[in-house]
Design a protein around this ligand. Structure first.
Ligand SMILES: Nc1nc2c(ncn2[C@@H]2O[C@H](COP(=O)(O)OP(=O)(O)OP(=O)(O)O)[C@@H](O)[C@H]2O)c(=O)[nH]1
Length: 246
């Protein structure tokens, strides 16, 4: 399977889910990795990872969801011709949060309207949603409210949401001020930062913050330390250089 733009279940005609079942250790993950990447990864995830969560990337077509995921997974930027995602695709990555290995299964969705019914089917399986707009594209920002309406309709009620203003490296073409992103995020009570899938700015942090929040919720104890995702993001996030602020 080609990773980038052909979803494992991304048929435009409807969502077809294929689920691998079997006892722990029989090789379900290895089979999937072999299918996805054409290679066997010795000692791969399931046996070694403590907890796992599903994270979905959402936002208009072209905002940079696929690039964002590839930057996180492989540390590389996909430049060149833009090929829109068809349906849904996914990647796994394990992050270590305070000594606990957390497996994130990250679903990269197609932003194009015609795939919306396919992606709706997956919302309820996600524990976290990264909602992206492009700081150089006003309509992608204006559509965030519509995305949030969809999220409230289809996603789990307690889903973790983070708003991301991507392409922060393109300061000369910025049309959305950082403050506008902040204001919108505050209105909806979600954490916010600007990111760049090109330079990697805040990409790891976005996933780390999500992983921390999900781990905190999963392993919550009444006398344990508290964690606030918005405070964490505010204290850790890098801001674009002075000149990119309108
Ligand atoms: N300068 C810059 N370009 C970016 C960035 N992220 C993505 N791009 C470019 O934006 C275009 C679209 O990126 P994709 O990642 O394919 O967009 P997408 O959101 O996955 O689009 P769909 O698959 O249609 O939903 C590509 O040409 C990328 O090279 C970024 O942070 N900075």
């Amino acid at each position: 399977m080609q990773w980038q733009k052909h979803g494992i279940s991304g048929a435009a005609s409807g969502a077809q889910k294929t689920i691998l079942v079997g006892d722990s250790g029989v090789g379900k993950t290895s089979l999937l990795v072999q299918f996805d990447q054409g290679k066997f990864i010795p000692g791969s995830f399931s046996a070694t990872v403590g907890i796992g969560f599903t994270v979905m990337l959402l936002g208009d077509s072209g905002v940079g969801k696929t690039c964002f995921l590839i930057q996180f997974k492989d540390g590389a930027f996909l430049s060149g011709t833009f090929i829109a995602t068809v349906g849904i695709d996914f990647r796994n990555k394990v992050v270590t949060v305070d000594g606990v290995r957390v497996k994130l299964q990250i679903w990269d969705t197609a932003g194009q309207e015609r795939f919306r019914s396919v992606t709706h089917a997956y919302y309820r399986d996600a524990q976290a949603l990264l909602l992206l707009y492009d700081i150089t594209n006003k309509s992608s920002f204006d559509n965030i409210r519509a995305w949030l309406t969809e999220i409230h309709e289809y996603a789990q009620r307690d889903v973790v949401i983070m708003l991301l203003g991507n392409k922060a490296d393109v300061s000369s073409e910025r049309v959305i001020r950082s403050e506008d992103g902040e204001t919108l995020a505050r209105e909806y009570g979600v954490p916010f930062m600007e990111t760049s899938a090109k330079t990697g700015m805040n990409v790891e942090l976005a996933f780390l913050a999500i992983a921390k929040e999900l781990k905190y919720r999963a392993l919550w104890q009444p006398d344990g330390p508290s964690f606030q995702i918005r405070d964490f993001v505010e204290s850790q996030k890098k801001r674009p250089s002075c000149c990119s602020v309108l």
